[in-house]
Every structure is written in structure tokens, then in C-alpha cells.
Design a protein around this ligand. Sequence first.
Ligand code: HMG
Ligand code: MG
Length: 328
Amino acid sequence: MSNADDRPRADRIPIPGSLFASLPAEVSIYEVGPRDGLQNEATILSVERKVELIEGLVDAGIKRIEMTSFVNPRWIPALADHMEVAARVRRRPGVAYSALVPNMRGLDSASRAGMEEVAVFMAASQTHNRKNINKTTEEALATYREVIAEARARGMRVRGYVSCVYGCPYEGAVPVEQVIQVAGGLLEMGVYEISLGDTIGVGTPRQVEHVFRSLLEAGLTMEQLAVHFHDTRGTALANITVALQFGARTIDSAIGGLGGCPYAPGASGNVATEDVVYMLSGMGVGTGVDIDRLVAISARLSGYLARELPSKYLKAHLGHCARIGRSV
Ligand code: HMG
Ligand code: MG
């Protein structure tokens, strides 16, 4: 049997160049914990605790944060206090505070609560749109055409979400053409950015490459795209790494790994903000967020919600503190 080193040179696996050369010095974290995180929790936090959470995250360095949803409280009871939360959070200059709106009624409420940014949301799949916002894809696009125009006329910035990009809990595989149709439609209506949601956490790195390549070939640009991964099957950080290599510069995440869409069976936590910040810092990518403050918030939140949170960094931190006898 021949030794690998005896093989002719051309047969040897080449040593790759730097896999990280294309990574940026800095990325933008878009925190969705207070909204995507809390919308599906069994324990409903008080307004005071929600305000404490949002202000604490901003103190930790978060510059973009989704505070709540102006949706029908019968559909999302955990965020029924949207008016009070939005009105009570102290705004810090330089921080973008946003909230979901599904229609004109939601936009009016968001305006009254002083929101300067809102986000519209829909899926790339028909069935998820029916289950989540009670509309077909075409009806949702028609509704958002009016909502986006009106929000912009009122001087608000509008973000767009496309969910179920990597798979739908009802329909299974989602053709990338449907993602292009919905994302392209919302961008043409005037959203400044599309967040591509892996709502049920089924995506894998190769699929991420396929989605981004297809969107860029269709004429979208990386500046218009953010990533929103759920860590249901443990692939979120790998998917983020591929997206960054492709040029993504905005990453959605939720403190503690909270979250899940109540109208997406099987959906579990968003990728945890502290896990993302830890990984990025190890790769030399800055976020401007203080991980010690984040993990302290996450630990407190776990107590408030009376459950263990999915964040891996939090688990490791709690284990370390217990071993050395230090408080969290
Ligand atoms: P509908 O029942 O079809 O609404 O719901 P409607 O227009 O027929 O009105 C029915 C009732 O709802 C009326 O009240 C309206 O006033 C009221 P009634 O006369 O019966 O007393 N209503 C509202 N109330 C408060 N705020 C509003 C509002 N609109 C109507 N804005 C609707 C349609 C879209 C409102 C409903 O389906 C809804 O609220 N859906 C939201 C569901 C939701 O928030 N899901 C979670 C979002 S997470 C997600 O989508 C994924 C994402 O996180 C990305 C990812 O993770 O991948 C973004
Ligand atoms: Mg989510």
C-alpha cells in the first residue's frame, strides 16, 4: 500500500487559501428577541420586564431591535401589550427600533406609538401565508403595497421579511422562484431590506449558497439582504458563515435563542445573539455588542421565563460559573 505522500502531486488535496479572507470587519446585528422571541412563550412577561429587556439589550450595544408586533392580539396574545411597550421604551439616539405590522390597522397603531421603523412580513409559500396572516400570497402583496407606500409617506423606514425561504412546515420544499417573486415584489414597493427567514430551521449551508446565488442572479444585491436563521436542527451558525462569505452584512438573532412562529409547527428558537456574537468575535468580525452583558440578560430572562434557554453560550457560561463558584 502506498503512502499518501508518494502520490503524484496532482492527486494530493490542495491546501485551501484563507476561508475567511472575504469576511467583513463589522456586521450589523438585528435583535428580534423581544418580538420573535417572546411571541411564542408560554410565560407572558410584564410590560416592565419587556421594557427592561429591550433597554438592557440596547445598553449591551444592540443598535437595531424589534420591540413588538402590531398584530391582532387574538393571534399573538403574548404581544397584546404592544402599545404600552412601544410607548414606554426610552429611545436612544442612533438606535433603530422596529415592530411588525401586518396591515393598515397595525401601521396606524405603530404610528400612534411613535415607531419610526416598521416591518412587513409574509412567507414565500401560499399555505404559510394563509395560516399566519390569513391571506394568499397575492393578497398579502396587495396589502403591503398600500402599507409600505403609506408608511413611507409618513416618513417611516420599512423592512420586509420573507419567511419559509428554506422550507415550509405545510408545503415542504419551497422553490427559490417563489422567494425571488416575494422578495423582489417587496423591494420594488420600497422596503429597504429583506430578511430571509429559515422559519423552521431546515436550511443547510449548501442551500444557503443556492438561495443567495439565485437571488443575485435575479438582480437583487447583498446590501438588500439580511439573514434570519432558526437553529432547530443546529445548522444556523454554519449557515451564517456561508452567508457572510457570500457578502451578507446583517444578521438577525434573538437573545437566549428564544423564539418560533406559532403558525409554523415545529419552529423553535432563533439563533442566539450571544452564540452569534461569540462566533463572530472569534473570526475577527466585530458587532459592537458586549457579550458579558448579553449573557447576563439571557440568564435573567431564563429566570423570568422559568425555563432553560437554547443558547449554547449561556449554557457554557452557567456551567463555568457553577464550577468556579461565581455568580452569573
Ligand atoms: P384577520 O382575522 O384576517 O383580520 O387577521 P381581519 O382584517 O379580518 O380582522 C379581524 C379582526 O382582527 C378585527 O377585529 C380587526 O379589527 C382585528 P374584530 O372586528 O373582530 O374585533 N385586527 C387587528 N387588531 C389589532 N391589530 C391589527 C389588526 N388587524 C386586524 N393589526 C391578521 C389578519 C393579519 C391581522 C392576523 O392574521 C394576524 O394578526 N396575524 C399575525 C400572526 C403573527 O404575528 N404571526 C407571527 C409572525 S412571525 C413570522 O411570520 C415569521 C418571521 O418571524 C420570520 C421568521 O421567523 O422566519 C417574521
Ligand atoms: Mg424568527
